[in-house]
Design a protein around this ligand. Structure first.
Ligand code: SAH
Length: 276
């Protein structure tokens, strides 16, 4: 006879037959995994992420999860898109959390697939909190964050003994009503900045860093669709960053790398900034 699943207590004097029946009819609660999908190249998935995808009943994803990664999920897994496309609203964060909880309560193995790493500018913390608060088991599978994937793809060492003793991951986007990053405090030489969500705010990034004292000729590299087949890398200098992005019509997702090390950027797709 098969053993009782661990979650179901064996009958005892205090558990009547009807209570037992209720327990047996109720599905065992599922689990939620917050899984880092990496920057796009499916070969940059961790083995753990791949296993979670192959065991999933449901995969909840947004626009940063490329098809090549989603294709690695179990064929029968239901895919639920919760991201936004241009001009459309994304599913509010509370609804995503409610969806994860509802699917897990129905006994399903839920993968919440997030671009890059779930805990780097991915609101993974909020999702973890919401699922935990609902009493659902949740685990986190790290992923290769855009800064690491894009730097590797462009051949840019984020740190370098001579050129960068520090690297900072920073977002250029600010929450409505919130304060932006303190660019002045990030303007020291030999400090690499990996700037997420920086396409729209490139002019503010450029102005903030120059005002903070960063040298005008500091190399910059912009990596669009890093690690994907349509990857493109454009390079220039800090005082031409916004112009470069506008001229090359850089689209999201793109990562900006500012710092001496950006001079290392190399790829067949590199477009050098034309002399001003
Ligand atoms: N959690 C993700 C980041 C989400 S924020 C991570 O760890 O990578 C979204 C931003 O990430 C984008 O605006 C862009 O700046 C960056 N990004 C994500 N994937 C990228 C890619 N393949 N190439 C370039 N930038 C990327």
């Amino acid at each position: 006879m098969p053993a009782f699943p661990a979650a179901i207590p064996s009958p005892s004097a205090s558990t009547g037959a009807s209570a037992m029946l209720r327990l047996l009819n109720r599905p065992e609660p599922g689990v939620v995994s917050l899984v880092g999908a990496g920057p796009g190249d499916p070969e940059l998935l961790t083995l753990k992420a791949l296993r979670a995808l192959q065991e999933a009943d449901v995969v909840i994803h947004d626009r940063l999860a490329p098809t090549a990664v989603l294709d690695r999920a179990r064929a029968e897994a239901r895919r639920i898109y919760v991201g936004k496309r241009r001009g459309e609203h994304s599913v509010p964060q509370e609804e995503i959390a409610a969806l994860m909880v509802a699917e897990a309560r129905a006994g399903r193995r839920v993968v919440r697939l997030k671009g890059g790493d779930p805990f780097v500018f991915g609101r993974g913390g909020e999702e973890l909190e919401a699922v935990r608060a609902a009493g659902i088991e949740v685990d986190v599978v790290p992923g290769i964050t855009a800064a690491l994937g894009c730097a590797a793809a462009a051949g840019i060492p984020l740190t370098h003994r001579d050129q960068a003793q520090a690297v900072t991951f920073v977002t250029a986007e600010t929450r409505a009503g919130g304060t932006g990053p303190d660019w002045a405090s990030l303007s020291a030489a030999n400090h690499t900045l990996a700037i997420y969500m920086g396409v729209a705010g490139a002019a503010a990034v450029q102005a903030g860093l120059l005002e903070g004292g960063r040298a005008a000729d500091t190399p910059v590299a912009v990596i669009e669709n890093g690690s994907r087949p349509d990857q493109r890398i454009v390079t220039g200098r800090l005082d031409g960053l916004a112009r470069l992005i506008a001229r090359e019509k850089v689209v999201s997702p793109a990562l900006l790398i500012v710092g001496e090390v950006a001079a290392w950027a190399q790829s067949q797709a590199v477009v050098q900034e034309a002399a001003a």
